[in-house]
Design a protein around this ligand. Structure first.
Ligand code: PRP
Ligand code: MN
Ligand code: MG
Length: 181
């Protein structure tokens, strides 16, 4: 069986670059929420690595919760209409909430999610997203804690999948075209 790395063309972000960025973002969050208690909400499954690393990097009290969502419709293009597959266990009323995402592609998932969570009465609501693709500029999503702008390539690793594979890579890499062609 071929090694996973044989399916990749180039490493876009190394484990070290990701770690450094997570540390930067965490220092900012620690300052912004000093003395407060924060609920981190990760969107399954892509955000699990960011969630695990940010949560462990933060030296303030955090709680973790998870949501699973799915876009409606058969189109490969995201419709912007989202269905909740797994909702939060936590009541957001009066809570400081940070949504944790791996990537903003069209921005439709986060735009919908922000609106949905905002309606639950949080004391504050911000977004952390590690990656952003160029198309994201078309939808206005206010991301307070943001990592890297990346080119419009098919990227995998560090939670990001192609057909559920490659999520377990430590870095973020470009998928070789022969894999999805
Ligand atoms: C990916 C990614 C984001 C979303 C971004 O999730 O993890 O959650 O797409 O796309 P958008 O900005 O165009 O809405 P996906 O739906 O592939 O599920 P996964 O996290 O389980 O891989
Ligand atoms: Mn996702
Ligand atoms: Mg995916």
């Amino acid at each position: 069986l071929a090694d996973v790395t044989a399916d990749l063309t180039e490493v876009l972000l190394t484990e070290q670059q990701i770690n450094d960025k997570i540390a930067d973002l965490s220092r900012r969050i620690e300052q912004d929420y000093a003395g407060e208690r924060v609920l981190l909400v990760a969107v399954l499954k892509g955000a699990v690595m960011v969630m695990a690393d940010v949560a462990r990097e933060l030296k303030i009290h955090v709680e973790l919760d998870f949501m699973a969502v799915s876009s409606y419709g058969l189109s490969t293009e995201s419709s912007g209409v989202v269905r909740i597959l797994k909702d939060l266990d936590t009541d957001l009323n009066g809570r400081h909430v940070i949504i944790v995402e791996d990537i903003i592609d069209s921005g439709l998932t986060l735009a919908w999610l922000r609106g949905n969570l905002a309606s639950r009465g949080p004391k504050s609501l911000e977004i952390l997203a590690l990656l952003r693709k160029p198309d994201a500029a078309k939808v206005d999503v206010d991301v307070k804690y943001f990592g890297f702008d990346i080119p419009n390539a098919f990227v995998v690793g560090y939670g990001l999948d192609y057909s559920e594979k490659y999520r377990n890579l430590r870095g973020i890499a470009v998928l070789a075209p022969h894999i999805y062609a």
